[in-house]
Write a protein that binds this ligand. Structure first.
Ligand SMILES: [Zn+2]
Length: 443
């Protein structure tokens, strides 16, 4: 008896430290789907079977095949015959470490240890994956938290979406990524320790190289001020030509793409002329911006969801933002969507991105509704969150469509998302790399 009791006690002690037990993946999975949007942007297929081998899609067959077919004896069957199945969604702009926002997020920066933020990032990664987003691009945090999370997820130590990571974002001193904004001068040495601020071309080259040295996938910079920056410096251009050019040339030297935070049209033009890959927010696009988008082939990432975050926080607490920030928040609430309404008819390439962190994690799909309200068809919005975002992230061969050779990242929803994008707000089934993460069928 004593021996049994002891072994129970030991098991209880050891259990929390063991890796999450995961059943070995069956070699062949058959996903029977009533409708399949195998390539968003094109019409859906009717009844089909997605054949998955070792976590990758082997083929998408018309009609239903099952384990009773001799060719698939021993395969595991997943019945989604009454659902719409589509590729796992891609959010091109998140910040997994937090979604408190406003004054609270600034407090968090000086109150929470990197370890505490890392647990928050993991919890937010779960929310994101649960919402059907199997790939995200994390556009900036401190302390290397999502870089470490990216590695832990890749290694199978924890479960979460694929992460494409920018490390710490780069701006000038006093720019959007200056962590000392709004704090006492004598705290600068304590807060400004990430080497992500650069003034002058050489300093900007070094800032990029420091991120490359950390193993980032993409470089994120800010050419204009930010809504949440605690200075009244506005939302126009804040970098010189030679600084942006130095950043772009250095990133290209290492084969890295460049994502640019920019609100004012002057900062958008500066970045597009230098040859960057995406403009995030792009709140005041003019005709010249649209022309530069078309010429360069860069993507526009509208991040309309930020407005949801602002409105919810202000409703809960009218003092959620410092006065100088609140003025910019009110402006952004008024104007958001105008640029997208110009960009869509102008033929600008759009990639889905929420800026979750400003808005709530796990609510990423709210962006679809806002995109449709601002000029996109449901089909275009879905294409932006799959094919286009995958292309922007450099993962066009891996995710974004359900085709032979790609990762078996897929979701199922209850209704036709091409008729009503709000069905994407409630995703009952999520599979990543052939493993089921969420299955609420029948519940
Ligand atoms: Zn952002």
């Amino acid at each position: 008896m004593r021996r049994i009791a002891l072994s129970f006690a030991l098991a209880a002690l050891v259990a929390p430290f063991q890796a999450v037990p995961q059943a070995p993946l069956p070699r062949v999975l058959l996903v029977q789907a009533g409708h399949v949007l195998d390539r968003p942007g094109r019409p859906a297929r009717g009844p089909s079977t997605i054949v998955i081998r070792d976590g990758r899609i082997a083929e998408v067959r018309s009609g239903f095949v099952g384990p009773t077919d001799a060719a698939f004896a021993g395969a595991e069957l997943i019945d989604l015959r009454d659902r719409y199945v589509l590729p796992g969604l891609v959010d091109s702009h998140v910040h997994l470490t937090s979604d408190t926002g406003g004054v609270l997020s600034q407090l968090e920066e000086v109150q929470l240890s990197p370890a505490a933020k890392a647990y928050n990032a993991l919890a937010n990664a779960h929310k994101t994956l649960s919402a059907g987003f199997t790939t995200v691009r994390n556009l900036g945090d401190r302390d290397g938290i999502t870089l470490a999370l990216r590695e832990a997820i890749r290694a199978g130590k924890v479960v979460g979406p694929n992460i494409v990571d920018a490390g710490t974002s780069i701006s000038t001193t006093s720019g959007h990524m200056d962590p000392a904004l709004g704090f006492r001068d004598d705290l600068r040495d304590t807060l400004d320790r990430h080497d992500n601020l650069c003034d002058g071309a050489d300093a900007c080259r070094r800032a990029v190289r420091l991120q490359v040295a950390r193993g980032v996938d993409v470089i994120k910079i800010a050419t204009t001020g930010g809504v949440n920056s605690r200075i009244g410096a506005g939302l126009g251009r804040q970098m010189f030509d030679d600084e942006v050019q130095a950043i772009v040339e250095t990133a290209r030297l290492y084969g890295k793409k460049i994502a640019v935070h920019a609100h004012g049209a002057d900062g958008v033009k500066l970045a597009l002329a230098a040859g960057v890959d995406s403009i995030e927010h792009g709140t005041t696009l003019d005709e010249e911006c649209l022309e530069l988008f078309r010429k360069s082939g860069a993507y526009y990432v509208p991040t309309l969801s930020t407005v949801n975050g602002y409105l919810e926080r202000i409703a809960a607490d009218p003092n959620a933002y410092a006065p100088a920030v609140r003025a910019k928040v009110d402006w952004r609430i008024r104007i958001t969507g105008e640029s997208l309404r110009k960009a869509v008819p102008a033929g600008v390439k759009i990639a889905f991105g929420t800026d979750a962190g400003v808005s709530r994690h796990g609510r990423n799909a709210d962006e679809f509704e806002l995109m449709v309200q601002n000029g996109m068809t449901p089909s275009q919005a879905l294409e932006a969150a799959t094919v286009n975002a995958a292309d922007l992230l450099g993962l066009g061969q891996e995710v974004g469509t359900l085709e032979a050779g790609k990762r078996a990242d897929l979701i199922a929803v209850d209704g036709d998302p091409l008729r009503d994008v709000t069905v994407l707000k409630n995703v009952p089934f999520v599979m990543k790399d052939g493993a089921i993460f969420k299955d609420q069928r029948g519940s």
